[in-house]
Design a protein around this ligand. Structure first.
Ligand code: AMP
Length: 536
């Protein structure tokens, strides 16, 4: 067979232009909805490619983006890697110090920034040593007032760009195409570099029927931000198969999302559980016609049972559970139901849907105990999940020490504790550092949270370990009640008593106004621990 390079240009961009020129891309812009098709998209990507060349962007240069999910960001997703440069989507919710750190660590040479995010960069530009210029993205060609220097207008660069620009044809499939930083829970964020080959293979895997089944007929709205593992790779897989893409733009709230789901007849979407909680609350308040929506993918954190059941009740669909991480591009596990498991009892079926799912083709996994031995596939014995495959990180960018700690003997150590059942379904029990180690046994904070969140008065719950003189650690539950409801510590404990083992019952239930969230919308247990884990 030919040794054909798997390049974003050949396998994704050109295909979209040649086969799906009429298919639509829709984006919530600052001045209203923006619509165009893949033919027009392709032309703008070429113009942008020539603009990058004029700016002097070289192969291997890192190009930062500080942007929402929108069509300009999508154009950069293609123009940058197809030029041979590396797209570095910056997490716009990072603390200032971390934002400075990742820009300097990646040594970004230009930063493309959405107009409303410009102040974030104005305040730190003195500390950004590698940046040669800033490009402001807005619907206008005129530049807004800004302290950024030197500064360019995105629309002007695109207007003046060459629509017939040819991207280089001699890239190597193992060249870096994109990078994302992890939201590290300890220390500085770590950079993961994706290659053309890894992105193309990951896109194929997302288009498989037993996986996300991204296809031409789908209308996909990625809620997951384009800076969080490249919106789970959806902009690449959707473009590969010409799916209609809908981008929710700046600061989308639950109302905006529900309106877009309805107006654009969205069929598939993906995000973290906090999004699905907010959208469900909106659906309880207002009427929307979401009859087109068939696939809601939950990833990033465990799917709470109350959310699964809420969507069943409200929309008549099962949220699909998936698992991955920045280091894994991210797709690793996807919970499709095997044909012969569809007639399980209702409770068994729900238990199955709450698992993270089956390993997608192309990857290998192991679940190992502390001695490094594979645990039995009995759905009970816990071990650490190890992974390897063509879209699993082999190292962290310029971090030899931390790379050696995490990638050992060719396997990525996920730090996630899992069980695997006889059918191969994997359940993530907890992150190693979130497990509560009580009297030599493990309590899953995720299971406890799920049980608490099924209480009708509870909006959100996060469980953390607090130090204990006799048992080492004991669970502390931080609970947010739904507006207009009430429940006491005793009510919650009583409610849990027939749902979890007695020794799992929290020693304390703290009622708080809000669970702090990380920059990608997950419960921030680091903050909770520092605030409350000393209370006894
Ligand atoms: P990130 O790199 O920010 O995407 O975080 C990756 C981590 O999120 C994983 O190592 C898991 O601990 C967690 N995670 C992702 N998906 C799930 C899921 N479906 N259930 C439980 N934890 C998850």
């Amino acid at each position: 067979m030919m040794n054909y390079p798997l390049l974003i240009k050949n396998c994704i961009l050109e295909r979209a232009k040649n086969i799906y020129p009429k298919k639509e891309i829709v984006s919530r812009d600052y001045n209203g909805m923006f619509r165009y098709n893949y033919a027009q998209f392709y032309e703008r990507v070429c113009r942008l490619g020539s603009a990058l060349q004029k700016l002097g962007v070289q192969r291997g240069d890192r190009i930062g983006t500080l942007a929402w999910n929108n069509h300009r960001h999508l154009e950069l997703y293609f123009a940058v890697p197809c030029s041979g440069a590396v797209l570095h989507a910056l997490n716009l919710r990072l603390f200032t110090e971390q934002l400075i750190y990742v820009i300097n660590h990646a040594a970004d040479s230009y930063i493309f920034v959405d107009m409303d995010l410009v102040p974030l960069l104005e305040n730190i530009q003195d500390k950004l040593s590698s940046v040669k210029g800033y490009v402001i993205m807005s619907p206008e060609t005129e530049l807004p007032q800004t302290r950024l220097q030197p500064v360019y207008s995105y629309e002007q660069l695109v207007n003046e760009g060459d629509p017939g620009f040819q991207f280089p044809a001699d890239l190597d499939e193992n060249m870096p195409a994109s990078m994302c930083y992890t939201t590290a829970t300890t220390g500085n964020p770590k950079g993961v570099v994706y290659t053309h080959r890894s992105i193309v293979l990951h896109s194929f895997s997302e288009c498989m029927v037993d996986s996300l089944a991204v296809s031409e007929a789908e209308v996909v709205l990625p809620v997951v931000p384009m800076f969080h593992v490249n919106a789970w790779g959806l902009p690449f897989s959707c473009t590969m198969v010409g799916a209609k893409q809908v981008f929710p733009g700046a600061r989308p709230d639950a109302k905006v999302l529900c309106q877009l789901f309805q107006d654009e007849k969205v069929t598939a979407t993906g995000g973290v559980p906090t999004i699905w909680m907010a959208v469900l609350a909106e659906l309880e308040r207002e009427q929307y016609d979401l009859s087109s929506l068939k696939t809601i993918v939950n990833g990033g954190s465990a799917l709470p049972r109350a959310i699964l059941e809420g969507y069943r009740r409200k929309l008549g669909i099962d949220i699909i559970h998936a698992y991955g991480m920045t280091e894994t591009s991210p797709l690793v596990l996807y919970n499709y139901t095997k044909s012969y498991l569809r007639d399980l009892s209702a409770e068994e079926y729900t238990q199955l849907k709450l698992k993270q799912g089956l390993l997608v083709p192309g990857l290998e996994m192991r679940v190992v105990n502390e001695k490094g031995e594979d645990v039995p596939r009995d759905g009970r014995t816990m071990g650490e999940l190890l992974l390897r495959g063509p879209w699993i990180a082999g190292y962290y960018y310029n971090e030899p020490e931390r790379s050696r700690e995490t990638i050992v003997d060719g396997w990525l150590h996920t730090n996630d504790i899992a069980t695997v059942d006889e059918e191969g379904y994997v359940q993530i029990v907890d992150r190693t550092k979130d497990l509560i180690k009580s009297g030599g046994e493990w309590i899953s904070s995720v299971d406890l949270e799920n049980a608490i969140m099924s209480h009708p008065a509870v909006a959100e719950a996060a469980v953390i370990a607090m130090p204990h003189p006799r048992w080492d650690e004991r669970p502390l539950a931080c609970v947010v009640l739904k507006p207009g409801t009430s429940a006491s510590e005793e009510d919650i404990i009583k409610y849990l008593s027939d749902k979890v083992a007695k020794w799992w019952l929290p020693d304390k239930v703290l009622f708080i106004d809000e669970i702090p969230k990380t920059s990608v919308g997950k419960f921030d247990k680091k903050v909770l621990r520092s605030r409350y884990a000393t209370s006894s």
